[in-house]
Write a protein of this length. Sequence first.
Length: 313
Amino acid sequence: MSAPGLQERSVAVRVPATSANLGPGFDTLGLALSVYDDLVVTASAEPGLTIEVEGEGAAEVARDESNLVYRAMAYAFEAVGRPVPGLTLRGHNRIPHGRGLGSSGAAVVAGILAVKGLLEGDVEIGPETLLRLATELEGHPDNVAPALFGGLTIAWMQDAVPQHKKLLVHRGVSPLVFVPEFTMSTSVARSLQPLHVPREDAVFNLSRSALLIAALTQSPELLLAATEDKLHQNYRAQAMPETDRLVRALRERGFAAVVSGAGPSVLVLADGPGRRLEASAVAAEVTDTPWDAHMLAVDFKGGTVKEHAGGTA
C-alpha cells in the first residue's frame, strides 16, 4: 500500500500504564494498570505532520518529528517496508510522565499499534512483531509487554528475540499507586545499580520472583513476602529518599509496597480493595511529601486499536 492508499484513514489507539519490576522481578515482570493514554491518528496522502496533545506532560511533549509516538510510527512503517504518509496525531495523555508508570513505553506501543491499524488489510503485524519492534525502541520488554498484552507479563530474551507470557491476576489483587509531584530519570536510576551483586542477593531475588508469580495468580496473602527485593531498590534509594521512606513505612505496616518501575511512584499490591484505604491513611501519616493516590484495577486487555470515524482522542 502506498501513502495515497492511506488517505484519510483514521485509527483510535488506547494503551494502559504499566508498572515494571514489581519488587524482585527486575527487567522481567510487568503489570498493566487501568490508566490510559488515548491517541487518534489520521493518515493522509498529503505530506506533513501535525501533533496535538492534551493532558499529562502536554507542555513538554514534542510537536515535531522528535515526538516519541511519531518516531515509533516511522520505525514501524520502515520495518514493514511502507512509506510514512502525512499524519495527524491527537493525543490525550493520562499516564504521568517520568513517574515509573511506563509513559515512554506507552508512547512507543501507541505508535506501533497505530501503524498496525493503518496498514490493516495490507500488512499483518502480529504479536511477535509488535513486541520485537517495541522492545527495539524501548530497550527492555518488561514495560512494553504488559502495555501491549495486558495483565501480568513475564518477559525475557531468547536468542536476542523478546518473548512474553501473559498471566491472569487473582481477582483479590488490588493495585494502589502513589504518584508524587517530582520525577525520576530511568537512566539515572539505572546508573546507581552495581554491575555485580552478591550471590546470596541473586538467589534471594530468584526465590521471591518465583513466589511473586504464585502470589499474584493464586495466593495474594503471600504478596508481602513475595515483593521483597535486594537487586535494585536499595541502590536507587539515595536518589529518591521520599519514595524509599514511603515504601519502608508501608511494608512495616504489612503492605506489599514496591518502587514502580524506576520510580519515583510507589505501587502497593493490596490483597483486597479495603486494604487500599488503610494504605492511603499510612501514607498521609508517615510523610510530608504530597502523594496522589490512585486506586486502580489490573488492565487485562492491553493496548487496542480500532477504526476511528472522526473526532478527537
